[in-house]
Design a binder for this molecule. Structure first.
Ligand code: SF4
Length: 79
């Protein structure tokens, strides 16, 4: 299992945590976000913060993953 294909149990999200599978990553808003830090990175709600991200707006609360896993908060790339 690679870092990009892991299920983080008990970290955030409902029931089983957030799975960063290809299926879920397709719904991730990160690449469309004005704060997006680096091409090829995504699903910070599951993987954790990315160093040096600047706050320029956040699309997490409009994201299908946010809704699907009952997440709370925003700017997962920062926190
Ligand atoms: S909630 Fe935010 S960090 Fe998580 S997949 Fe959606 S846009 Fe990415």
């Amino acid at each position: 299992m690679t870092d990009d294909d892991s299920c983080i149990t008990g970290k955030r999200g409902k029931y089983f945590g957030i799975c960063t599978s290809y299926h879920h990553s397709k719904g991730c808003n990160c690449p469309k976000c004005p704060s997006y830090p680096e091409k090829g990175k995504f699903m910070f709600c599951s993987k954790g913060a990315y160093p040096g991200v600047e706050k320029k707006g956040c699309l997490c609360q409009e994201c299908i993953i946010h809704n699907k896993f009952d997440l709370e908060g925003e700017y997962f790339c920062l926190e």
